[in-house]
Design a binder for this molecule. Structure first.
Ligand code: NAI
Length: 482
């Protein structure tokens, strides 16, 4: 029986390994993590992450060929294939701070693999890593290996949170990079290919050299984010000219060379990956003496930041240039629907922007717990974003100014304005007449996800701002935004 061990039981490691176990009953899969809380949750009825379809898959395999454990060394020691799916956040201090990937977790995992291994292993990069990381990993493994053979493969994950299980069941492609120039490398690639071949058609399994696989993941995320920033940049022009961004993106996307996906204008992209992977790409370009390329990709993030601050500015300027003491109902906090993940969610920047103008926020999200929201709003992002700095909002201020409630109607009650920051399906079918009746007047709606029917809401009496849509006459008369 092939034994797989995955180091890191997060948003990627957990669902990916659950699907491998589900599709390959003859393979034993153990997910290990240093977090006791995460492993306890994986072994309980309340899994640590919310992902449609995940519960069913885990329940079918757990205890049979899928296990979750904190005994990392024990399981790594006996595995044939070790996936490494630890977090690779942006460095917050030191060389490359704010751009480079922090490979601390990766390096410690690699050192541990080298220390405890007694048999040859295939080590698979599942985390998104800078191009050429495999070279560093090979060095760590071979310098400590006591003669054991390690093959390093790059097998980046392309799942999207919210549709992870569907994506894993039916991936557009599986990418495996390895040392194609050596027999050992080719054998390792084939071994991993055989695992995926249990359910993925051969033609969708792409094999490349290590560096192409590593770079493809960064490039894919950069391309995806670039589409969002492109349409968001056009949304600003739509508002200035009276064009409608939904009509523009529909017309543009009908061109088969462009395609319709990922062309929805919004308050901005979030999630743990897009920003960090682009920053990382920018850093790698700079390190390789390619400042023009670095600047090109940097712009994708600048537009994303611009879109978030544009939204806050629009809101504040529309409400007579101040939201001080005003109640703003926030609908949605996660970075997109069908996930409870809040990493880099635009809601953090928007809420912080409103808090710094002294608004009172009443937040509702179907999946994000209150403690997570408070933490997100009060935790400094970088070492320079510390108590005392202009960007930092102290936890006691957040607690005084934020109330977390359990449904959308409660969030909107007595509010001066509503902001939709996540496109949860339930926000499409709310009784907006009832919401309007219970709000302060004039009642504002700021739709950051193009969720509401603008015409219908205007008929009810709302002053509506929906990103990239023709402006309400009321908003046109307000001071120009930055
Ligand atoms: P995560 O933060 O949810 O999970 C990482 C887990 O690794 C944590 O539970 C942490 O406790 C554990 N860990 C860290 N160091 C460890 C060690 N030495 N030994 C054992 N466990 C350790 O991160 P997530 O979202 O699963 O991402 C993992 C990687 O996958 C990142 O590189 C990310 O860029 C990439 N990725 C993420 C996607 C996503 O949608 N979240 C999609 C595709 C790739």
């Amino acid at each position: 029986m092939v034994k797989i061990c995955c180091i890191g039981g997060g948003y990627v490691g957990g669902p990916t390994m659950a699907v491998i176990a589900f599709k390959c009953p003859s393979v034993e899969v153990v997910v290990v993590d240093i977090s006791v809380a995460r492993i306890t949750a994986w072994n309980s009825d309340k899994l640590p992450i919310f992902e449609p379809g995940l519960d069913e898959v885990v329940k079918k395999c757990r205890g049979k060929n899928l296990f979750f454990s904190n005994e990392t060394e024990k399981h790594v020691a006996v595995a044939d294939i070790v996936f490494v799916s630890v977090n690779t956040p942006t460095k917050t201090s030191g060389l490359g701070a704010g751009k480079a990937a922090d490979l601390t977790y990766w390096e410690s995992a690699a050192r541990m693999i080298a220390d405890v291994s007694k048999s040859s292993k295939i080590v698979v990069e599942k985390s998104t890593v800078p191009v050429k990381t495999a070279e560093a990993i090979e060095k760590i493994l071979t310098h400590n290996s006591k003669g054991i053979e390690f093959q390093v493969l790059s097998n980046p994950e392309f799942l999207a949170e919210g549709t992870a299980i569907a994506d894993l069941f039916n991936p557009d492609r599986v990418l495996i990079g390895g040392r194609q120039e050596t027999p050992g490398g080719l054998k390792a690639i084939q071994t991993l290919k055989d695992i995926y071949a249990h359910w993925v058609p051969q033609e969708r399994i792409i094999c490349t050299n290590l560096w192409s696989a590593e770079l493809s993941k960064l490039a894919a995320n950069a391309f995806l984010a670039q589409r969002i920033s492109s349409v968001n940049s056009i949304s600003a022009l739509c508002e200035a000219t009276g064009a409608n961004v939904s009509q523009v993106s529909d017309a543009v996307g009908k061109d088969s060379r462009i395609g319709q996906k990922f062309l929805n204008a919004s308050v901005g992209f979030g999630g743990s990956c897009f920003q960090k992977d682009i920053l990382n790409l920018v850093y790698i370009c700079e390190c390789n003496g390619l400042p023009e390329v670095a600047n090109y990709w940097k712009q994708v993030i600048k537009i994303n930041d611009y879109q978030k601050s544009r939204f806050v500015n629009r809101l504040v300027s529309s409400m007579f240039n101040t939201v001080s003491g005003k109640k703003i109902g926030i609908l949605g906090f996660s970075f997109k629907k069908d996930t409870g993940d809040t990493r880099e969610t635009p809601a953090i920047d928007v809420c912080r922007g409103l808090l710094s103008d002294k608004a009172q926020l009443i937040i509702y999200d179907p999946q994000v717990p209150e403690a997570q929201m408070i933490k997100d709003l009060s935790t400094p992002k970088f070492d320079w974003d510390q108590p005392g700095s202009v960007t930092h909002i102290a936890e006691d201020v957040v607690r005084q100014s934020v109330e977390v409630v359990h449904d959308a109607y409660e969030a909107a009650k007595d509010a001066h304005a509503i902001c939709i920051l996540t496109e949860w399906d339930e926000f499409r079918s709310l009784d907006y007449q009832k919401i309007y009746n219970n709000m302060q007047k004039p009642a504002y709606m700021f739709d950051g996800r193009n969720v509401v029917d603008v015409t219908k809401l205007r008929q009810i009496g709302f002053i509506v701002y929906s990103i990239g849509k023709p402006l309400d006459p009321w908003l046109k008369d307000m001071p120009a935004i930055a």
